[in-house]
Every structure is written in structure tokens, then in C-alpha cells.
Design a protein. Structure first.
Length: 286
């Protein structure tokens, strides 16, 4: 019997806690603020940014969306980031990917103040995560949201074998670090991994983040494993599906996230949670 992990329900709980935190900060005269910068008119990015803005406003936060034309230069974008770095009303800054080809994305990541890096991608914050550095710092929201899901379903990574398929800075690498810090034995797999499916079958916790629809099937899953599907793909009929073949995984996996309704809702909920934390940490340091 496979348990379906309800990301919408857990996200709802996270959002409620965040709303309570926003109200508590408001009583102290602090309103958490987030600035999202989008360059160009990528339709998927526009939808994502709109959802972020709507959620932040609903939770009582100060939300700014800065829409820039695709012709924006790197110097112009760096100038806007510097503006928000200096703005005391903005606690979190996010530059939406993808960026136009004339802009150096790593340089943009570096330009964001690490204390306002709500995505957790700045090398300073990634380095702290990798070294399990003590103290307060932002962590990439999708992996952090996945850890929240694991806790919500009483999945303790300690002593377990974990396989993370995908090595991106957005998901794979921070996910592996979080699982390692939680005392799992972690392998990062990717397109060059030999016998990927055999490796997947060794995992007590399997996280798949490749962008390849139905890469993993039920035959590639260890019976009883916890399967986290980060994929958001379209099949030949245009239907939204994950990197894991959900139908064949049912009855094999112990727990599994659906697509949609699994990891997706947790990413925005965690982004809001992180923004509020950045506001609290900023207030403490003043």
C-alpha cells in the first residue's frame, strides 16, 4: 500500500505558521518584504512570479515585482539588485530564471546580499549548507520543502540510503547536502551515471529531479522506498507529469509525491517561510 504525500496540505500548514509569524512581526513594527525581479516575458516564469506575489500579499507581506524587458543589460540588472540590497523594507531578493543570454547568471547570484538571498543560491549560503555551518542562513527552497515533507510523514533520513538523481544547484546539490546533514548515506546520480536504474533500486529515499518525464518506473524503485518526484514535465498529450511514472510506482513505493500537488506547493510555501525568517534575522542583527 503506497501512501501519497499531500504537499498541498503540508504547504497549507507551513503557510499558516508563516502568516502567524507575519502577524507577530507586524506587532513589532516589521513587515517582511520580498522583491522578485523578472527579465523578459517567459510565460512559465510570469505565472510563477504571479503566484509568488499573490501568496506573499495574501500572507500580509510587502511584495514587489520588478518586470524588466528582455533587452535589459547586465549593468542595469546589477544596479536594480544594488537598490534592493540597500532597501530596508526588502528582506528577500529573488531574480527569476531563466535570464536572457546577455546576462551572466552566476554574477547576478553573487550580486545579491547573502543575507537577502531568499533562494539560498549564493555561494556563501551554499557553502554554509555544505559544511553544515551553525547559525541562520537561507537554504534552497525546494530541497528545504522536501525535508519538511519528510518530517511531516515521519521519514527520518538517519541511517538510510538516499539517492538524488539530478545535480543542479537548485535541487540536486542542496538536497544531497541536507540529506547528508540529516545523517543519510547519499549518492548523487546524473546523466553520466552508469546503470542509473540499478542505483535507484538501492535507495530508501529516492529524489528525482531531472526534467525527464517518467525516467523512473516502478521497476526502478526499492519496495517500500520514499519517492520524491521534483519533475514538472508534459507527456505526449500535454498532461503534466513527473520524472517518476506515478502509476507503476504505486504499490511499490512506501510513500510518493504526486505531480502536481506534491513538491510544487512546498516550494512557494518555503519561499514565504524563508522571507519571514530573513526579516526576523535582519531585525535581530540591527
Amino acid at each position: 500500500m503506497t501512501t501519497i504525500i499531500d504537499g498541498k496540505q503540508v504547504a497549507k500548514q507551513v503557510n499558516q505558521a508563516t502568516q502567524n509569524e507575519v502577524a507577530a512581526l507586524a506587532a513589532q513594527g516589521v513587515q517582511p518584504g520580498i522583491a522578485v525581479i523578472i527579465v523578459g516575458a517567459d510565460p512559465a516564469s510570469q505565472i510563477y512570479v504571479r503566484n509568488k506575489n499573490r501568496k506573499a500579499t495574501k500572507l500580509g507581506m510587502h511584495s514587489v515585482v520588478r518586470e524588466l524587458p528582455a533587452t535589459t543589460t547586465q549593468a542595469e540588472l546589477l544596479s536594480i539588485i544594488a537598490e534592493y540590497n540597500a532597501d530596508n523594507q526588502i528582506h528577500g531578493i529573488l531574480v527569476q530564471s531563466p535570464l536572457p543570454k546577455q546576462i551572466n547568471e552566476p554574477l547576478i547570484t553573487l550580486a545579491i546580499d547573502p543575507q537577502k538571498d531568499v533562494d539560498g543560491f549564493h555561494p556563501t549560503n551554499m557553502g554554509k549548507l555544505i559544511t553544515n555551518f551553525p547559525g541562520n542562513y537561507p537554504v534552497a527552497n525546494t530541497p528545504r520543502g522536501i525535508m519538511t515533507l519528510l518530517r511531516a510523514y515521519d521519514v527520518d533520513p538517519a541511517g538510510k540510503t538516499a539517492v538524488v538523481i539530478g545535480r543542479s544547484t537548485i535541487v540536486g546539490k542542496p538536497m544531497a547536502a541536507l540529506l547528508t546533514n540529516a545523517n543519510a548515506t547519499v549518492t548523487i546520480a546524473h546523466s553520466r551515471t552508469k546503470d542509473l536504474k540499478a542505483l535507484a533500486r538501492t535507495a530508501d529515499i529516492l529524489v528525482v529531479a531531472t526534467g525527464i518525464a517518467h525516467l523512473i518506473t516502478g521497476a526502478d524503485i526499492k519496495p517500500g522506498a520514499t519517492v520524491i518526484d521534483v519533475g514538472m514535465d508534459r507527456d505526449e498529450n500535454g498532461k503534466l507529469v513527473g520524472d517518476v511514472d506515478f502509476d507503476s510506482a504505486q504499490g511499490v513505493a512506501g510513500l510518493i509525491t504526486p505531480v502536481p500537488g506534491g513538491v510544487g506547493p512546498m516550494t512557494i510555501a518555503t519561499l514565504m517561510q524563508t522571507t519571514v525568517e530573513l526579516a526576523k534575522w535582519s531585525d535581530l542583527s540591527e
